[in-house]
Design a protein around this ligand. Structure first.
Ligand code: DAT
Ligand code: MG
Length: 151
């Protein structure tokens, strides 16, 4: 059983627009296992760490204020290849380049309002999960449907 995990966040626009349920639903119905979830107002310090790689970009100040503009739904999902599959479920960073059927392709237009975040590698997923969650917030359980989803 794969224990690969990814960090998926619904950004303030996704929360305010009532998109929590449809976004979570795509990960659930695909067969991925939810292991952590919380609604939070992330601090500027946390966001600076989360987007550390982008600190020199011209859009960084706007990205910070957007991410601080309301609550974020932070989640962790587990399953086979979930990091790459999670990115595919989200679609391209720029929603105008996201295929219909992806979250951004269905629910977003501007790159600065792209409704959700997904880790881009197993390594960044581990860092992001540790940044957003305490160890005890990750819940361990056996999903009853496992044998109906995996061979
Ligand atoms: P992703 O969120 O797909 O991993 P990223 O890590 O390169 O993309 O960028 C993080 C976020 O920063 C992205 O979701 C939206 C914002 N962003 C990226 N490129 C941008 C740009 N050219 N203009 C405005 N915002 C941008
Ligand atoms: Mg990224």
């Amino acid at each position: 059983m794969s224990s690969e995990q990814t960090f998926i966040a619904i950004k303030p626009d996704g929360v305010q627009r009532g998109l929590i349920a449809p976004i979570i639903s795509r990960f659930e119905s695909r067969g991925f296992k939810l292991v952590a979830i919380k609604l939070a107002n992330p601090s500027e310090e946390l966001l600076r760490e989360h987007y550390f790689d982008l600190q020199e970009k011209p859009f960084f100040p706007g990205l910070l204020s957007y991410m601080r503009s309301g609550p974020v739904l932070a989640t962790v999902w587990e399953g086979k290849d979930v990091v790459k599959q999670g990115r595919a479920i989200l679609g391209a960073t720029n929603p105008l380049q996201s295929a219909p059927g992806t979250i951004r392709g269905d629910y977003a237009i501007d790159v600065g309002r792209n409704v959700a975040h997904g880790s881009d590698s197993v390594e960044s997923a581990q860092k992001e999960i540790a940044l957003w969650f305490k160890k005890e917030e990750l819940v361990q359980y056996t999903p009853a449907l496992h044998a109906w989803i995996y061979e």
